[in-house]
Design a protein around this ligand. Structure first.
Ligand SMILES: C[S@@+](CC[C@H](N)C(=O)[O-])C[C@H]1O[C@@H](n2cnc3c(N)ncnc32)[C@H](O)[C@@H]1O
Length: 271
């Protein structure tokens, strides 16, 4: 009952274009709520450079430095282990598309220090990329547009991943960006994408649930595509169609006990 009430309030706020202004209020609340722990974290980890608060909040959805830093490190180790089940990362080119202020990719240089890999990060958020370039060494950062292309040649990367980016795109962008990510990955290279998946179905309104079951994709539009407030929910069938002739090596649902992640993961080998 209470969760459905939350969805109905969310739906009404979206209709009234109030979601984005309210997001700024939630940010201020989060800043106050996390102040004590954030100060403790800065004391415990004096060498951990942190992005400006709003950039961190916008990409992570909560303003907790400890979780940004330590969850980011755990996710980086997890993604490396997922890639290494299928390819060696020795001397390879690896990219995160939609890297935000580097929560995950920032840990790759240290975690892959013995592998001589080349590491890249791209995002359409100019402030994030500018901050990353100044503060996170050992990674090649690039700005891309809301729409493709990426500034890379065909078949450039051996491994590419994207965390919680498709979850904020329009339907058209799903098709365009999936093709673009495939374009820049080598044949036989690995692409990992996160999506909301079936567990998030519970968060949908009855009409949205119906659309999820019939069409496989639900888009909750707000003013700005790509922002956290703009949400997309993809069913496994929709993802299989999107992935097309490429091979699904693993579909790790967010209910899988081995999934150390909150969203579904699609591990895909380029045909
Ligand atoms: C929820 S945040 C996740 C950030 C990061 N992947 C992480 O896990 O911390 C979504 C990110 O996708 C980025 N994004 C949204 N649309 C994009 C696009 N068309 N191209 C590149 N990045 C995009 C946003 O700027 C934001 O950094």
């Amino acid at each position: 009952m209470i969760p459905m009430l939350k969805q109905i309030i969310g739906f009404s706020l979206r209709k009234l274009y109030l979601i984005e202004p309210l997001y700024h209020v939630k940010f201020l609340i989060s800043q106050i709520q996390n102040k004590k722990d954030n100060n403790r974290f800065k004391h415990e980890y004096p060498h951990a450079v942190l992005p400006p608060d709003f950039i961190l909040y916008e990409s992570f959805g909560r303003l907790n430095y400890r979780r940004y830093y330590l969850n980011g490190k755990n996710s980086a180790s997890y993604f490396i282990s997922l890639f290494e089940k299928h390819i060696s990362l020795d001397t390879k080119k690896i990219c995160e598309w939609g890297c935000g202020p580097g929560r995950v990719i920032r840990h790759f240089p240290e975690l892959l220090s013995s592998k001589h890999a080349e590491i890249f990060g791209t995002d359409y958020n100019k402030e994030s990329i500018e901050w990353n370039k100044k503060n996170l060494p050992g990674i090649n950062f690039h700005l891309n547009g809301l729409n493709p292309p990426l500034p890379f040649a065909d078949n450039f990367f051996d491994a590419l991943y994207s965390i919680s980016v498709f979850t904020h795109l329009s339907e058209q962008s799903h098709y365009e960006w999936f093709s673009e990510l495939i374009r820049v990955v080598k044949p036989g290279g690995i692409l990992i994408i996160s999506t909301h998946g079936d567990a998030f179905k519970e968060k949908l309104l009855p009409s949205e649930k119906k659309e999820y079951e019939t069409k496989g994709l639900v888009i909750r539009k707000t003013q700005t595509e790509g922002k956290r407030t703009y949400a997309a929910f993809q069913s496994p069938d929709f993802m299989k169609k999107l992935i097309g002739k490429n091979t699904v090596l693993e579909h790790i649902t967010n209910r899988d006990p081995n999934n150390k992640f909150t969203q579904d993961l699609w591990v895909v080998k380029k045909a």
